[in-house]
Design a binder for this molecule. Structure first.
Ligand code: IPM
Ligand code: MN
Length: 380
C-alpha cells in the first residue's frame, strides 16, 4: 500500500465546497483502483480563523505541513478582511515558504466544454503555462510616500521635479513604488523546468513571455537566461514573445502554443485569459510545485464569496487540481483515471454547474465524477 499524507486547507468562500468534492473524488479513485491510501489532515487557516484569532498561518503549522506529501488548497479571500491580507499572509506565504517556484497551469479545452473562441475546439487549446512563482513583482518590495531615507528622497525629487517642473510639496505629492526582482538562479530553474516539461509531455516548442522592450533590466536578464538554457534542448523550438502580444495570440491562434514560460505577474494575468479559453475559471487547475519539496494544488479561481454556501460552484477545477497532485506524487495511472472520469462527465454534459449552462450542484458534479471513476476502472 502506498500511503500519502495530504494537508487540506479548504479556506474561504466556495473553497470548502469545492475541496470537499475534490477529496471525495481522490478517496473514490484510491478505493476503486486500490494500492493507494490517503490520510487527509485538515487545517483551518483562512478568513474565519483569522477573524477569530488574528492568526494567518503560524510557523508551527508550516513545519507540520513540511512533513506532508502535498497540500490541497481550496481558495482564500473574504470581503470581511482587507484585500491582500489573506492572499499574502497565507497563499503567498505558503508558495514562498515551500519555495514552490513553479506554478504549472495547464490550459486544456476538454470535449463538450463550450469555448468562447469561434471555431476553436479541443484540438486547438492544449498547452501548459509555466509561471515563475517566487520572484518578480511578488517579492513585496516597495513603499508609499517618501523621504524614508535621503537617497530615496533625492531620487524621487529629481524624477518628480523633472516631470512636473515644480518643487515638490512634501505633504501632498505622495508617490508609491514597487520593485520587480528576479534572480539568475530563480529564472534558470523555472525555465529549465519548462524545457523538461516539454520533453516529458512530447511538446516541441517553448515560448518565453516578457516585456523586455520596456522593463529592460529584469526581463533583459530573463531573456538572456532563456536563450542560454534553450541551448541544452536543441530539439525544442524556442520563441520570444511580449506579454501584450501573447494576449492577442492566445485568442487568435491558441493552437500555436505548447509550453509557455513566464515571469510571475505576467503569468498571473495570462492564465486568467487561459482559463477563459479552456471554458472558464471553473475548469482551470494549478499546481504550485517544488520538484524537490512540498507542492500545493489548487483551482486557479478565487473564493467567489457571492456563491459561497450555495452549493453551486463548479468543483471540476479543484478535482483536476487533485489529478495534478497525483501526477506529481508519481501516481500517473490514478491521475489518468480521474482525468478520464472528468472527460466523461463533461462530454456527456448532463451533470454540469451553472457556469457551463447546467443546473447541477457542486456535490452532484462530484458524485457524477465518482460514478465515472467507477465506470472507467470497470472498463479496464
Ligand atoms: C492566483 C491568484 C493569486 C496570485 C492572488 C490571490 C494572490 O490571483 O493564484 O493567480 O496573484 O498569484
Ligand atoms: Mn490570478
Amino acid at each position: 500500500m502506498r500511503k500519502y499524507k495530504i494537508a487540506v486547507i479548504p479556506g474561504d468562500g466556495v473553497g470548502p465546497e469545492v475541496i470537499r468534492e475534490g477529496v471525495k473524488v481522490l478517496r473514490a479513485a484510491a478505493d476503486v483502483v486500490g494500492g493507494v491510501e490517503f490520510d487527509f489532515v485538515e487545517f483551518p487557516y483562512g478568513a474565519e480563523h483569522y477573524l477569530r484569532t488574528k492568526e494567518l498561518i503560524p510557523e508551527e503549522a508550516l513545519r507540520e505541513l513540511s512533513q506532508m506529501d502535498a497540500v490541497y488548497l481550496g481558495a482564500l479571500g473574504d470581503p470581511r478582511v482587507p484585500t491582500g491580507i489573506l492572499e499574502q499572509g497565507i497563499l503567498l506565504r505558503l508558495r514562498f515558504y515551500f519555495d514552490q517556484y513553479v506554478n504549472l497551469r495547464p490550459v486544456k479545452l476538454y470535449p463538450g466544454v463550450p469555448c468562447p473562441l469561434v471555431g476553436k475546439g479541443p484540438e486547438h487549446v492544449n498547452f501548459f503555462v509555466v509561471r515563475e512563482n517566487t520572484e518578480d513583482f511578488y517579492v513585496a518590495l516597495g513603499g508609499r510616500a517618501w523621504g524614508k531615507s535621503k537617497a530615496e528622497l533625492d531620487l524621487i525629487r529629481s524624477l518628480y521635479e523633472a516631470k512636473f517642473n515644480l518643487d515638490i510639496d512634501v505633504d501632498r505629492d505622495e508617490i508609491a513604488y514597487q520593485l520587480g526582482v528576479i534572480s539568475r538562479r530563480g529564472t534558470e530553474r523555472v525555465i529549465r523546468y519548462s524545457f523538461e516539461l516539454a520533453r516529458r509531455k512530447g511538446k516541441k516548442r517553448v515560448t518565453s513571455v516578457d516585456k523586455a522592450n520596456v522593463l529592460t533590466n529584469v526581463y533583459g536578464l530573463w531573456r538572456e537566461v532563456f536563450e542560454a538554457v534553450a541551448k541544452d534542448y536543441p530539439e525544442i523550438e524556442t520563441e520570444l514573445a511580449f506579454v501584450d502580444a501573447i494576449t492577442m495570440w492566445f485568442v487568435k491562434n491558441p493552437e500555436w502554443y505548447q509550453v509557455v514560460v513566464t515571469p510571475n505577474m505576467f503569468g498571473d494575468i495570462i492564465t486568467d485569459l487561459g482559463a477563459m479559453i479552456q471554458g472558464g475559471l471553473g475548469l482551470a487547475p494549478g499546481g504550485n510545485i517544488n520538484p524537490d519539496g512540498v507542492s500545493m494544488f489548487e483551482p486557479i479561481h478565487g473564493s467567489a464569496p457571492k456563491h459561497a454556501g450555495k452549493n453551486v460552484a463548479n468543483p471540476i477545477a479543484t478535482i483536476l487540481a487533485g489529478q495534478m497532485m497525483l501526477e506529481e506524487l508519481g501516481e500517473q495511472s490514478l491521475a489518468d483515471v480521474i482525468e478520464a472520469a472528468v472527460v466523461k462527465v463533461l462530454q456527456e454534459g448532463k451533470v454540469r454547474t451553472y457556469d457551463l449552462g447546467g443546473k447541477s450542484s457542486t456535490s452532484e458534479v462530484g458524485d457524477e465524477v465518482v460514478r465515472k471513476v467507477e465506470q472507467v476502472v470497470a472498463q479496464h
